[in-house]
Unconditional design. Structure first.
Ligand SMILES: Nc1ncnc2c1ncn2[C@@H]1O[C@H](COP(=O)(O)OP(=O)(O)OP(=O)(O)O)[C@@H](O)[C@H]1O
Ligand SMILES: [Mg+2]
Lengths: 244, 305
């Protein structure tokens, strides 16, 4: 029996937008303990906001976050990272002068040698020879950056690894490889991999699917329970129905 | 040469021992060593302090080291060094100045370097400035560089000042003739109450000439920096200058670019960006387990690498 990896209790998040308070997340309650958990929902439903709250980048207006039973609500980004939270951004950050090797070394927590870099990059379909000394700057393509972002989280071997739309911008190197990456990560960490995604093929490997809409949890369940509905076979949720 | 001077020498010229090839080492205002080769001659000036370095046409893959170290507090000097680089040469010149000031009087070195680079010659010029010592005497360095590039010549200059110089005014002036090209990479970091001023003036006089000035700097604490660049295009030419600065704490940075095109085909561009470290960069590194301070160091080190 696996313990609860992540528990969100009454998480709300408000932000100020042109002078007025807007509610981005409303009373989110979730228990996450499976191997692969997918979070899906329309653009703007609050998925990235939720991930940033878990990583400590945003502070919830209300509520409590538990990681492996420990209350981390007041912990900093660094503390959470060191407690085992990994987070691959939807939009990777660019740096001037910092190389792929530097970043992977920081992620791995040690000065990684060529053989290690090679093994990390080959997992995401990149040849180390072409990339080790490249700067993580505007010269890298969107898809290359995205792959390096994934390699960084793999290098960290965290117990809770969050990927925000990892498939975005990734070509025919394909889902199959991405899925293999997640499976390999699970084998190494035996933790939880939380994937924010719009893609059916990713949702299809999830043990649990969370559907967000308008800042609320609309549905939580196994893929058998949620997939038919998400694919429009069953009753679409109200938010989706509005658009159909 | 004592341990302090050895250390300065290592910092500014990467020298652990006597360099290969031609060299002239100046320590506390005196000549501390010199070597010439069949192709490279070094002669002391008669009218003022300094040397003439004459490199024979066609000299290839040779280097000249001319480091200067000051370890006597309160020493002030101006040194005039002229480089005459013959046609078709391909050489590396490594200069640099280290000041150790353990006393209370200001130490000051002004190096005036002139380069006369003849047709089709290629020069790589590296210059490092470094200061150490815990005395409260200031360490002041005012390098002046004058560059003349004849037809088809090229010079690539790397200038670095990362630590320990309290006040610096660096003036660089160049004329670039037909088909010649000048590239300058400058890296500066200031902290405490330091002041650094950079002043570039480049005149592109011939068709097909080009210049690329790239300055990266970090200003910490209460330090101040001023970056001035003037590029003048009198012919069909390509000119580009870029000033990219990270500002931290209570520091201040100004960038004053000036571009003048006197020819319809003069193509001149200036880019300047001054700003604090991007918040998302700090956040990214913190999600990898670094503290804010460690993240800051990584970003600054990478930026100045
Ligand atoms: N600081 C902010 N100020 C105002 N509105 C914000 C702020 N941050 C997020 N929002 C809004 O909150 C909503 C949720 O944003 P979020 O990025 O979490 O969506 P998402 O579900 O990840 O969307 P996508 O699928 O497009 O990535 C959006 O409507 C967004 O515009
Ligand atoms: Mg998002």
């Amino acid at each position: 029996m696996r313990g609860n990896m992540l528990e969100l209790k009454h998480i709300s998040f408000q932000a100020e937008d042109t002078g007025k308070e807007i509610e981005i997340l409303r009373d989110i309650n979730l228990v996450i303990k499976d191997r692969f958990v997918a979070v899906t929902g329309p653009n703007g439903s609050g998925k990235s906001t939720l991930a940033k709250i878990v990583a400590g980048i945003l502070t919830p207006t209300e509520g409590q976050i538990l990681l492996d039973g420990v209350d981390i609500t007041d912990k900093s980004i660094t503390e959470r990272a060191n407690l085992g939270v990994g987070f691959a951004f939807q939009q990777p950050v660019r740096f001037k002068g910092i190389t792929v090797k530097d970043m992977l070394s920081i992620a791995a927590g040690k000065d990684a040698d060529m053989a290690e870099i090679c093994s990390m990059l080959s997992e995401v379909g990149l040849c180390a020879r072409d990339y080790v000394n490249r700067e993580i700057n505007a010269s890298l393509s969107g898809g290359e950056l995205k792959r390096i972002e994934i390699a960084m989280i793999m290098a960290r071997k965290t117990k809770l690894s969050i990927f925000d739309e990892p498939e975005a911008g990734i070509d025919l190197w394909s889902f199959q490889n991405l899925i293999r990456v997640f499976e390999k990560m699970y084998e190494e960490t035996k933790g939880t991999i939380l994937i924010i995604s719009h893609q059916e093929r990713i949702l299809n490997i999830a043990d649990q699917i969370v559907l967000l809409a308008d800042g609320c949890v609309k549905k939580v369940g196994t893929r058998e329970e949620l997939m038919p509905e998400l694919l429009g076979v069953g009753q679409p949720c109200r938010t989706l129905a509005d658009k159909l | 040469m004592d341990a302090i001077q050895q250390n300065l020498l290592e910092q500014v010229a990467g020298l652990h021992e006597i360099p290969a090839g031609a060299y002239n080492i100046r320590a506390n205002g005196q000549m501390a060593g010199r070597n010439t080769t069949a192709n490279i001659d070094i002669v002391s000036k008669e009218d003022k302090s300094g040397i003439d370095i004459r490199i024979k046409p066609g000299t290839r893959s040779e280097s000249v080291h001319i480091p200067v170290v000051l370890s006597e507090s309160g020493l002030k000097e101006s040194v005039y060094n002229d480089f005459f680089v013959g046609e078709d040469c391909d050489v590396t010149i490594i200069a640099g100045c280290g000041i150790h000031n353990g006393g209370s009087a200001a130490s000051e070195h002004s190096g005036i370097h002139r380069f006369f680079v003849e047709q089709n010659a290629k020069v790589r010029y590296v210059e490092k400035h470094y200061g150490s010592g815990d005395g409260n005497g200031e360490r002041i360095m005012n390098p002046t560089t004058e560059i003349h590039l004849a037809k088809g010549a090229s010079l690539e200059m790397e200038t670095v000042q990362i630590k320990g110089i309290d006040s610096t005014k660096r003036v660089t002036a160049a004329t670039v003739e037909e088909g010649a090209s000048l590239v300058i990479h400058e890296k500066i970091m200031t902290h405490g109450k330091q002041y650094a001023q950079t002043d570039f003036t480049v005149n592109m006089t011939g068709p097909g000439s080009s210049v690329n000035l790239v300055s990266r700097s970090v200003a910490k604490e209460h330090s101040r920096q001023l970056f001035k660049s003037r590029i003048i295009g009198d012919s069909s030419c390509q000119g580009h200058s870029e000033c990219d600065a990270i500002i931290m704490d209570e520091a201040s940075v100004s960038a004053i670019p000036e571009l003048t095109a006197n020819h319809i085909d003069a193509n001149l561009i200036h880019e300047a960006a001054i700003g604090k470290i991007a918040g998302e960069q700090l956040i990214k590194l913190m999600t990898l387990g670094l503290t804010e301070k460690e993240a800051e160091e990584q970003i600054v080190n990478g930026f100045l690498k």
